[in-house]
Design a binder for this molecule. Structure first.
Ligand SMILES: NC(=O)CCC(=O)C(=O)O
Length: 272
């Protein structure tokens, strides 16, 4: 299986419209890949909180349309990164805006929406995404030929219980889109490898390059195998990271070193 991670630069001197066209063109160039991945909130920038509301789109908005077309033109599975999604308002609240979500979109090679995942763990503690966006509630998997993909977004990487839930749902490959900052790059690499080793799964993690909202981005998109080995890693700048991997390595690893079978579920919480 060949995956191309499009680590695009998200800088303020490029408009959303131009970046959308550029991303679609890059997807179209990946026709030899099986799976193409874009980063988190690459239209606005993951830290450009003040732009979320202005740049929000309905699920089937301009980014959806552009990415569905690009996936179909290239004939690839496309994890199109995430968008600031403006969901419909609850019924009966005419004139009110619906909630915002950080929503990842996955398209099939015919341009059909195969999955939409609303980020569960919002970043920012008591500000930014954590207050501006609503939390998703549903872990999402999607079946690709040869592997079941578990979808996750950026800060989710710090929460192993989500990845275990995805494994329980059959995930063998985690695809994570991110806008991870340079300041915590060491955590990014460490956590990507940890999620791969503990779940005996591939991790394909695609971040952004550039600087937006004063936050330099880490880049360093990474692909890790089920043994925790780094198969490929990008540098800090804009880059397309292409890697060939064998999804069958998940079953082999889980058979040869069956640690997942030794899980003890439902441990009691000790008294504090
Ligand atoms: N966009 C994000 O989720 C940022 C996460 C982050 O900076 C971190 O976990 O550290």
């Amino acid at each position: 299986m060949r995956a191309s991670l499009l680590q695009i630069a998200v800088d303020e001197d490029e408009s959303v419209e131009v970046r959308r066209l550029r991303a679609a063109a890059l997807v179209r160039e990946q026709a030899t890949a099986d799976l193409v991945v874009l980063p988190e909130l690459w239209t606005t920038g993951a830290f450009a909180y003040e732009r979320f509301a202005d740049e929000a789109e309905p699920l089937k908005g301009p980014t959806y349309e552009a990415m569905a077309q690009a996936a179909s033109d290239a004939g690839v599975w496309l994890h199109a990164g995430s968008i600031p999604e403006r969901a419909p308002a609850a019924s009966g609240s005419a004139g009110e805006e619906g909630p915002l979500y950080n929503t990842s979109l996955v398209f099939s090679p015919s341009g059909e929406l195969a999955a939409a995942y609303r980020k569960i763990h919002r970043f920012g503690f008591d500000k930014g995404e954590a207050v501006l966006m609503s939390a998703g509630e549903e872990p999402v998997t999607v079946r690709l030929p040869g592997t079941t993909v578990g979808v996750a977004t950026c800060y989710d990487l710090r929460f192993p219980e989500l990845f275990r839930a995805l494994v329980d749902a059959g995930a063998e490959t985690f695809v994570l889109s991110a806008g991870w900052p340079e300041r915590r790059r060491a955590h990014w690499t460490l956590l990507a490898r940890a999620r791969a080793v503990e779940n005996q799964a591939f991790v394909l993690a695609c971040g952004t390059a550039g600087t937006h909202a004063g936050v330099p981005q880490a880049g360093h998109s990474i692909v890790v195998d089920p043994w925790g080995e780094v198969l490929a890693e990008a540098g800090p700048g804009e880059e397309i990271l292409t890697v060939d991997f064998d999804p069958g390595a998940v079953a082999t690893t889980r058979d040869l070193f069956p640690a997942l079978k030794d899980r003890v579920l439902g441990l009691p919480t000790p008294p504090r």
